[in-house]
Design a protein around this ligand. Structure first.
Ligand code: AHR
Length: 536
């Protein structure tokens, strides 16, 4: 075994309070994610609304704190009014984002009801693409006002007596994207004004609500980053609370070093967005900090120029009308015919769990300013779903620990151990990942829940060949002892959890780990996820 990695965690190295919404998820009706995934009236477990109880049960068991829905690029062409009331009167719409038919069988009220039944908080996204201020106003009145007006009484008439408890409102989705329906790419000022006007309505109806304005949808492949959000914020700094950013970290298939260095690209994106927000704070002479809502993220391997990713072509400067994009026929997804999507098929479950945990730890290390984090497809990558079953993946287990124990105050761990260098790689014709030097093989995040007398230290070993001896310096935690140490590891990266064997890869207890003179010594196996919990 080689060089030791030292991790120093001290309760005084405080970053900020962890918002429960940091461990949220994102859901959009893409392919079978909704139609077949969470909803299938013919599924043996279907409830009165057609929701799959097997899915609901596992979401509840996980205690998912927040769910951003109903989209996504899809939201920018969706008319919420066509999705309420008796199902037979609802209109089928064309979804230009994913080249689907949207039958509106799951509509506005059902999405909110799903969050209620799943015991989670809805982070609702308004359409600021094709819909106007009036439509947003009516949606807010329908959803939040107790009654006595046309829209609020309509909600009651449709069986929802009480106003919805939605406290976070996202003002559009990736509105800077050239591929977005009714994009604001060329008019950030116009979008900023629109967002400001809608945010005013949100707060006039319920002053406790928070609003989320779109920043750049990606740091990677667009010319407008990061000046676009500056122009937006100039129009709405005082009425919005969070800037939404999204990032899908990707690596060429098989390149584990790049894949597991998700943290570097997320870190850079967060820092640039904070700089833009704080620049605007100074310009506006405001005394209020804006927060980041990282309300879509992912981590996946890609095959270069794989035609399956027709959507990626649209991010290309010339890709909007590429043959691969526009010749795909529109499709109606049958909930009874579940389709696994391509990215899912390419996923290596253990690596996916490590990559996504690296992202979650990055957000945690910015908990003072990143208040919302939503994993795209948690109801697919974390809670694995097919047409018949749901089961727990390695991602589920890692996030379960983060969600349960990564609470309280986020602490900044200092890591000093073996490092590695990463060469620049090209992902496709318009995206590449830069080179990095001296990346720490061990990545860590930590929290302290003073009230509960608990501290949590999470760390992963990104080294694909070597186990790393780890020495934790925890001398600041006087009176604490190790309550639990688990590691999640597999010697077969091709292994996966299945419905029949959900525990093939999961955290297992490491016996005998103890604190002596404020220090804990252990070994982090190559490509493993580790969690140490201290208790007073
Ligand atoms: O994969 C989900 C899509 O990615 C969302 O619709 C969009 O917001 C993002 O670009």
């Amino acid at each position: 075994m080689g060089k030791i990695a030292k991790i120093t965690v001290h309760p005084e190295y405080k970053i900020g309070e962890v918002d429960k919404r940091l461990y949220g998820a994102f859901l959009e009706p893409i392919r079978s994610w909704v139609y077949g995934g969470i909803w299938n009236p013919k599924h043996p477990s279907a409830d009165d609304l057609g929701f799959r109880k097997d899915v609901l049960d596992l979401v509840r068991e996980f205690e998912l704190p927040a769910l951003r829905l109903p989209g996504g690029n899809w939201i920018s062409g969706w008319d919420w009014k066509e999705s309420i009331g008796p199902v037979e009167q609802r209109k089928c719409q064309l979804d230009l984002a994913w080249r689907q038919y949207e039958p509106n069988l799951v509509g506005h009220d059902e999405y909110v009801e799903f969050t209620k039944r799943a015991n989670t908080e809805a982070l609702y996204t308004l359409n600021l693409g094709t819909e106007d201020i009036k439509s947003a106003f009516h949606c807010l009145e329908y959803s939040l006002h107790p009654g006595g007006t046309y829209w609020s009484d309509l909600r009651r008439k449709y069986g929802h007596e009480q106003p919805y408890n939605i406290k976070t409102w996202c003002l559009g989705n990736e509105t800077d994207g050239r591929f977005q329906i009714a994009s604001w790419e060329k008019d950030p000022k116009g979008y900023g004004v629109r967002a400001h006007e809608v945010a005013k309505i949100v707060k006039w109806i319920d002053p406790e609500c928070e609003t989320v304005v779109c920043g750049s949808h990606s740091p990677d492949d667009i010319d407008t980053y990061p000046s676009w959000e500056l122009e937006v914020l100039d129009q709405c700094y005082e009425s919005v609370d969070h800037v939404a950013i999204h990032h899908y970290h990707s690596a060429p298939e098989g390149n584990i070093d790049v894949f597991l260095n998700a943290s570097s690209s997320f870190e850079a994106f967060i820092k640039t967005t904070l700089a833009s927000m704080d620049h605007m704070k100074a310009k506006k002479k405001s005394n209020r900090d804006m927060m980041i809502s990282f309300d879509e993220y992912g981590c996946s391997f890609v095959k270069s120029e794989d035609p399956l990713y027709y959507y990626d072509f649209r991010r290309d400067h010339h890709g909007l009308f590429k043959k691969e994009t526009v010749s795909r026929p529109f499709k109606l997804y049958d909930p009874g015919n579940y389709e696994t999507d391509a990215r899912r098929r390419m996923a290596i479950p253990m690596l996916e769990a490590l990559g996504l945990s690296s992202v979650a730890m990055t957000l945690l290390r910015h908990a003072d300013r990143v208040k919302i984090g939503c994993m795209t497809g948690f109801l697919r990558n974390g809670i694995a779903i097919d047409g018949n079953h749901v089961w727990k993946t390695p991602t589920y287990y890692a996030y379960e620990q983060l969600n349960k124990f990564g609470r309280g105050t986020s602490l900044l761990p200092a890591v000093n151990g073996p490092v590695y260098n990463i060469d620049q790689v090209r992902i496709n014709s318009f995206t590449s990942r830069p080179s990095y030097e001296n990346v720490q093989a061990i990545e860590s995040a930590a929290t302290h829940n003073e009230e509960k007398g608990e501290a949590s230290i999470f760390f992963l070993n990104r080294d694909k060949s070597n186990d790393i001896p780890v020495e934790l310096d925890l001398r600041g935690f006087e009176g604490y002892q190790v309550a639990e140490h688990t590691e999640m590891y597999t010697d077969d990266l091709n292994a996966a959890n299945t419905y029949e064997n959900q525990e093939r890869i999961k955290p297992v207890l490491v016996n005998g780990t103890k604190m002596e003179n404020g220090k804990v010594s252990t070994v982090a196996k190559k490509l493993s996820w580790n969690f140490i919990r201290l208790k007073k």
